[in-house]
Design a protein around this ligand. Structure first.
Ligand code: GTP
Ligand code: MG
Length: 195
């Protein structure tokens, strides 16, 4: 897809602020610092439209990016960030859950995990929850530039086994540095955008 237009429409802190439009939405879920905001920037060829940070916990709101006036990428706050209070984490959890369970426009969830490591317990919980909710999803293994090419298949296998991914859940290695996997991801998103 050629992206000609991308804009942050709203950083929502409550469901009342979600955009009114009926455009399809594709949400990014994953641990803090896994690369959700970087993923959006790479996909749309913008260096810093979605704000990124080397420190986890950067994105704390639901950020709706309208792409080509056609669909939204929805950047969710990351889970598993230890340096906030339990109360705060629970509040985020409810906030994210509310979006994922009630939003009619939501078509697909991109679940991002770090290709370098075995998925964490939080990742497993998220994968189980998405599976149980029967929400359409795609698993994206990020930071693939940080391992050698020859090891990618082995790491993908570990992700697939640890998250117990069903055969119909696509799993794609991705790098926001090199653009690896970008075309494959666009191809996987297309049917949900055209919905
Ligand atoms: P939160 O907003 O805290 O939930 O984090 P996030 O998932 O949005 O992560 P973000 O995109 O801010 O990236 C976190 C850090 O990882 C930044 O320093 C990025 O530059 C780096 N990063 C993200 N993706 C990649 C990648 O594919 N390769 C490499 N080498 N670094 C990456
Ligand atoms: Mg972010």
């Amino acid at each position: 897809m050629k992206v000609t237009q991308a804009e942050l429409v709203i950083s929502a802190v409550s469901s009342k602020q979600y955009p009114q439009e009926a455009l399809p939405e594709i949400a990014l879920a994953g641990r803090s610092n896994v690369g959700k905001s970087s993923f959006i920037n790479k996909m749309i060829n913008r260096k810093n439209l979605a704000r990124t940070s080397s420190k986890p916990g950067k994105t704390q709101t639901l950020n709706f990016y309208r792409i080509n006036g056609q669909f939204f990428f929805v950047d969710l706050p990351g889970y598993g960030y230890a340096r906030v209070s339990k109360k705060e984490r629970e509040r985020w959890g409810r906030f994210i859950e509310e979006y994922l369970t009630t939003r009619q426009q939501l078509q697909l969830i991109c679940h991002l995990v770090d290709i370098r490591h075995k998925p964490t317990r939080d990742d497993q919980m998220m994968a189980d929850w998405l599976q149980a909710m029967a929400l359409p999803r795609l698993v994206i293994a990020t930071k693939a530039d940080k391992i050698s090419k020859g090891k990618i298949a082995k790491h993908l296998k570990l992700v697939k086994e640890t998250l117990q991914l069903a055969k119909d859940v696509p799993l794609i290695a991705f790098s926001a540095e090199t653009g690896l996997g970008k075309e494959e991801v666009w191809a996987a998103l297309q049917p949900y955008i055209d919905h």
